[in-house]
Design a protein around this ligand. Structure first.
Ligand code: ATP
Ligand code: MG
Length: 396
């Protein structure tokens, strides 16, 4: 297979400012790059050079597949497809640049600037001389092109190293921080749009994920469960393997339904979900927080007072990365990361069946606690049985 680019140069930003941790971050990033490139079925040599990661193709590859994998790596801010310049003389660089522009820019009516980095200090010309020589060669070859040193439309990068690289395209990466640099958290994953996006946002800051889904058979179907598994699979293409806990929540829901006021069902259910999630997180010894997809005011159970009441049930930190997002922003993000097509499927999750017509929007903590008292004789037992029902699976 013939590929136009011999390599991909990956740029990262935030890592640069992390002082002593820099080494840890770069190691973690390099590891992720290798994992993702392995999924492309092509062979690459990955190495770190001066604050970038350089991936050289050793075999043919599928360009779209490689780019799609590289865009999933947290910590990468830019992906540059690179051409090698085989003849390292200045004449060779000029010829390569002319060919490069010829092939990549059919319409030559644009402004440009050449930007040379001279990492190889033994190169016989200075970077400014190379800029000038290559710029002149391009203007000679393509008179429609114009130089603009301040705001060029196209920046042609030349890097003088043991090899010489030529590139102009910088594809936006996922940003964030490399996986494995910030521990692990437990995502409460339901079938909707919100929680997968919430998991993505937290993981993007370098956090590995476990997940928990509460299902309520026979009120919720196997298809609803499969939907959550499918969502976890899409997420795992960014976050790495996810341990998904599936908890049978039916008995708890029924007990709440029988004993508690119906307008408080949702909020009490949410408190039980949090308690069980906290127990799973503590049991794993690694998860240092819970993650949910709530945003202020989106539904009755997400008013500030509801969130206050929900949080009171647990002492582990609860992270809500979508707290200030509008629904449309969340859906847009879900589309971008590829979970929207699954989230849109109409299978009920456990909460839609037991929802009251008029749920409380301003639950008073003491009122909710009084209602929960009605479950006090069975509460511990219910939680233990739910935990024992855990069907855990590793998704990747
Ligand atoms: P989503 O789009 O994630 O389903 P939602 O808008 O439906 O969220 P709620 O049903 O109020 O909102 O749930 C709020 C959050 O609680 C969800 O984002 C999710 O983190 C968690 N959650 C709700 N139901 C479940 C469930 N059955 N299993 C696991 N987590 C759940
Ligand atoms: Mg939901």
């Amino acid at each position: 297979m013939e590929n136009r680019y011999q390599a991909f140069l990956l740029k990262y930003a935030e890592i640069g400012v992390k002082g002593k941790n820099r080494y840890v971050f770069e190691e973690a990033l390099e590891k992720q790059v290798r994992i993702h490139l392995r999924r492309t079925d092509a062979e690459f040599e990955v190495r770190r050079i001066n604050g970038r990661i350089y991936c050289e193709a050793l075999s043919g590859y599928d360009y779209d597949r490689v780019i799609s994998e590289l865009k999933k790596i947290f910590g990468v801010v830019g992906i540059c497809p690179v051409n090698h310049v085989p003849d390292k003389s200045i004449e060779g660089i000029k010829a390569a640049a002319v060919k490069f522009v010829g092939e990549n820019y059919p319409d030559k009516n644009f402004t440009f600037k050449v930007d040379t980095r001279r990492a190889n200090k033994a190169y016989p010309k200075t970077s400014m001389e190379v800029d000038a020589d290559v710029g002149e060669a391009l203007l000679d070859a393509y008179p429609e092109m114009k130089v603009d040193v301040h705001k060029p439309e196209v920046l042609i990068h030349i890097e003088l190293r043991e090899q010489i690289f030529l590139y102009s395209k910088i594809i936006k990466g996922a940003g964030g921080l490399p996986l494995g640099t910030n521990g692990r958290a437990l995502l409460l994953l339901s079938g909707g749009f919100d929680s997968p996006v919430a998991g993505y946002m937290v993981s993007r800051r370098g956090v590995y994920l476990d997940a928990v889904y509460f299902n309520a058979p026979p009120y919720t179907s196997d298809r609803a469960k499969q939907k959550v598994i499918d969502l976890a699979r899409v997420l795992s293409s960014y976050t790495g393997s996810i341990r998904l806990h599936i908890i049978n929540f039916t008995e708890i829901q029924m007990a709440i339904y029988e004993r508690c006021p119906h307008d408080e069902l949702t909020i009490i259910m949410r408190r039980y979900m949090m308690r069980i999630a906290e127990a799973i997180a503590n049991d794993s010894k690694e998860c240092l927080g819970l993650v949910t997809g709530e945003s202020i005011g989106q539904v009755a159970s997400q008013t500030l007072r509801s969130l206050f009441t929900t949080d009171e049930a647990v002492s582990i930190p609860v992270y809500r990365p979508l707290i200030g997002f509008d629904k449309q922003d969340i859906i847009d993000k879900a589309e971008e990361i590829g979970t929207a097509d699954i989230s849109v499927l109409p299978f009920e999750d456990c909460c839609t069946i037991f929802v009251a017509k008029h749920p409380v929007t301003k639950p008073r903590l003491n009122v909710i606690k009084d209602s929960e008292e009605k479950l006090s004789d069975i509460s511990g037992e219910l939680i233990n049985r739910a935990l024992a029902s855990d069907e855990a699976m590793d998704i990747w």
